[in-house]
Design a protein around this ligand. Structure first.
Ligand code: GLN
Ligand code: ZN
Length: 757
């Protein structure tokens, strides 16, 4: 009998119950008690969904972040919080969100946040230094163990493994995190022993760092750590996911663990070799259901793939999703707007658990027992691959007609920028913004009213136009040089384009946790992407009628739309990217025709699409950059292309960025005192740059002197003739009474610098 298990389940709730409970608690609208009740209700609901599995996993639920939970489990709380007077939970949220008083009475900064491997989930980075010590605090975990066992479940705690935990952290002095391994391991050993005492047989120990390229010292650490944890009283299932083990394959096979989980979606080719390399008694857990995407599993293909393993591994075979399902929306059953055909192609977390059950029954009992499910599944799979819905000849013909010269501007940057400067008549150090202005309650209510049908399309358009008018007037008063329409019509920079393009669907409740209480709703790219009508042209054209200053058209780039969506699994990401690129290109050319002389194509997610393994970077960058170039570079020389990226680490991709050849790139730099511009300087990046001069993530109003000093610092690296003045990112999360004074000061700083040159 193969065992059926899950690696993790979404914790936010099908209706984002956890989000609302957390935010109400933080705003003091509900009590700690109420928050904990919501949390335990969600855990109970999740538990019930796991009834037919061989284990109920615990430790996958979290009030904020499972990496932060691990830091608390091992008593690794940054020292600046040690003076906090709050209880444990308050303390936990303080590390997550900042705000505690440190020993000098200042606000202690929240823990830094970064992306969990190549997902869009963000975790709180563990902090290490020479003084870091660990202590074990297993109470929460043990309560869960007892509670879950008392309901008759076999419990499998999920913990992050010691090496991945150290791998994820950052050193605040120069301490090598691996130097802490010796003090961390005894705590892990303790924990495992305590879990054993509480009736736990198996522990899932997550080591996704094993799919990255590890240096020799990390490989040695793996051997050392698992040797240390060898022969505890619990059994360890070493869990790897998000990619192939590649160079770490032999290492994994030699680790003294009781079982290994492998991602059979992304490391399919390694499953059989792993089955052969493990000893017969070692468990092989096969992650056969895609935990990162929304498509229905082809159960027939899965069964055929598993069959030889069922024979060879017998009871030593386990079956699971490829990774934790926190990266999937919760329940397709809640969706009401998908048509039946598209609906039949999809599976969210709840449905994926059902698929797992079906596979389990088919393998362990007989296919007859689930004949109905298997037939239904096969019907959907066959229908999807035969459907004309996902294939559009118009798109495919258009792709075939892409010409190499579309990818390059006709003149080089030096010539172009001269023409543009004359044509646009911009001052030295031109000021602009990144696109969005505050998304006020009024705007949100408008959108809700329109979606509900309470106001007509016409009324909605008029109301949005009023918002645009207001936004243009404000920018005129502020004296900005390049204006924007303000993006009032957009709920989200990717979802909006998802709604407007053919081949992409947007869900109603398909929320996925991004960090803490923040969720995103990625569009679902299910077919060939086509732009059959203009998307932003009317808004931009209207905005331009209101002012003599240039209004910058505002688009989301193909790579960002791709990286922030669920992507079809029946063609390569590169091909999908090219289709989106073509759609954006059409929009760019229509904007240009309508008189838009500056067009910004945001590629906020270009960097985060980089594969986990460096050896795969170049091929990603090749097609990603090509996608941007298709979308942007067919314009006239006088049309100015901007792009925006929400980060500033360009060292390792600067060459690719330069190949994009955008006339202006705006980036985030204000928090790093422009030091991060060095990458551009050292590479001799030729084009214009707008390094953000104030941090829009904070409500603080910057002062003029600090903006001036940032610009001066930037001018040491980039000649001021090539510098633009702008905030770090879009302003949609800010309020008008923060934005107006901040931009006022920004414009004043630019003016004063112009006078002095
Ligand atoms: N144009 C978008 C905005 O201003 C860009 C946001 C982003 O890059 N994250 O909101
Ligand atoms: Zn940004």
């Amino acid at each position: 009998m193969a065992k059926i298990h899950n690696l993790g389940f979404p914790r936010i709730g099908a209706n984002r119950e956890l989000k609302f409970a957390l935010e109400a608690f933080w705003n003091q609208q509900n009590t700690k008690q109420e928050l904990l009740e919501t949390a335990s209700l969600l855990q109970q609901q999740n538990l019930q969904l796991h009834q037919n599995l061989d284990f109920a996993q615990i430790g996958d639920f979290s009030l904020y972040d499972h990496v932060l939970d691990t830091s608390f489990l091992f008593g690794n709380v940054p020292e600046r919080f040690s003076h906090s007077k709050g209880d444990n939970l308050e303390n936990y949220f303080q590390v997550a969100r900042g705000g505690a008083q440190d020993n000098c009475g200042c606000n202690a900064a929240a823990g830094e946040m970064t992306k969990w491997f190549d997902t869009n989930y963000h975790y709180i980075v563990p902090e290490f230094n020479a003084k870091t010590s660990f202590s074990l605090h297993p109470e929460n975990l043990l309560t869960q163990v007892r509670l879950t066992r008392s309901q008759g479940f076999d419990v499998k705690p999920v913990i992050i493994g010691p090496i991945t935990y150290l791998f994820l952290g950052k050193s605040t002095d120069k301490t090598n995190p691996l130097d802490l391994l010796d003090s961390l391991l005894p705590q892990y050993a303790n924990l495992l022993d305590i879990l054993a005492k509480n009736g736990v047989e198996w522990v899932q120990i997550d080591e996704p760092a094993l799919v990255t390229e590890l240096s020799a010292e990390w490989k040695i650490a793996y051997k050392y750590a698992y040797q240390y944890l060898y022969e505890r009283k619990v059994k360890l299932l070493l869990t790897t996911y998000f990619g192939e083990l590649a160079d770490n394959f032999d290492l994994v096979c030699k680790l003294p663990v009781d079982g290994v989980h492998i991602d059979a979606i992304r490391a399919k080719e390694e499953v059989y070799p792993l089955a052969n390399a493990l000893t017969h008694e070692q468990i092989l857990s096969v992650g056969i259901i895609d935990g990162r995407n929304v498509w229905k599993t082809d159960l027939r293909a899965a069964l055929d793939f598993l069959q030889p393993l069922v024979q060879s591994k017998d009871k030593y075979l386990w079956i699971a999703p490829s990774c934790s399902m926190i990266h999937c929306p919760v329940d397709l059953g809640n969706e009401t707007t998908f048509d039946p055909e598209l609906n039949s192609w999809l599976a969210f977390a709840v449905q994926k658990l059902q698929e797992l059950n079906t596979l389990g029954t088919a393998i362990n009992f007989s296919e007859h027992k689930v004949a109905k499910e298997l037939v239904e599944n096969q019907t959907c799979i066959t229908a999807r691959s035969a459907s004309t819905r996902s294939k559009n000849t118009k798109v495919r013909n258009a792709i075939a007609l892409i010409q190499p010269d579309w990818l390059e501007r006709s003149a080089n940057y030096q010539e172009r920028i001269k023409l543009q400067k004359e044509f646009l008549n911009l001052p030295l150090l031109p000021t602009t913004t990144i696109g969005s202005f505050p998304q006020t309650d009024e705007i949100r209510q408008l959108r809700t009213a329109f979606k509900k049908g309470d106001i007509t399309a016409n009324e909605y358009q008029q109301a949005i136009k009023q918002q645009i008018q207001f936004c243009i007037t404000q920018q005129e008063i502020l004296g900005l040089d390049v204006l924007v329409h303000g993006e009032a019509e957009r709920n989200d920079m990717v979802e909006y384009f998802g709604e407007c393009l053919e081949g992409i669907a947007t869900s109603k409740f398909g929320w996925v946790q991004s960090y803490g209480s923040r969720c995103v709703k990625p569009p679902i790219i299910y077919g060939d992407v086509l732009r059959d009508k203009a998307i932003t042209v009317e808004w931009t054209r209207y905005a331009q009628t209101l002012t003599k200053k240039p209004v910058k058209g505002m688009l989301t780039g193909p790579v960002t739309i791709l990286n922030w969506s669920f992507v079809r699994d029946d063609q390569s990401r590169a091909d999908t990217c090219k289709q989106i690129a073509l759609a954006i290109r059409d929009e760019v050319l229509d904007l240009e025709k309508a008189g838009t002389d500056i067009i910004q194509i945001d590629e906020a997610a270009l960097r985060e699409g980089l594969p986990l393994k460096r050896s795969e970077w170049q091929s990603y960058l090749d097609w990603a950059i090509e996608g941007f170039k298709i979308s942007a570079n067919s314009v006239k020389d006088t049309t100015q292309i901007h792009t925006h990226m929400c980060y500033s680490e360009f060292n390792d991709i600067i060459q690719a960025i330069a190949q994009m050849d955008a006339d202006v790139i705006t980036i985030e730099t204000s928090r790093s005192d422009m030091v991060l511009l060095n990458a551009f300087d050292e590479f001799a990046y030729p084009n214009d740059i707008g390094p953000g001069v104030y941090d829009i993530h904070s409500p603080n109003i910057p002062d003029e002197a600090s903006i001036i000093s940032l610009i001066e610092s930037a001018a040491k690296r980039i000649p001021k003739e090539r510098l633009w003045i702008n905030p770090d990112c879009g302003l949609k999360t800010r309020k008008w009474d923060e934005v107006t004074p901040a931009l006022h000061i920004m414009v004043a700083a630019a003016k004063s610098l112009r006078q002095n040159t």
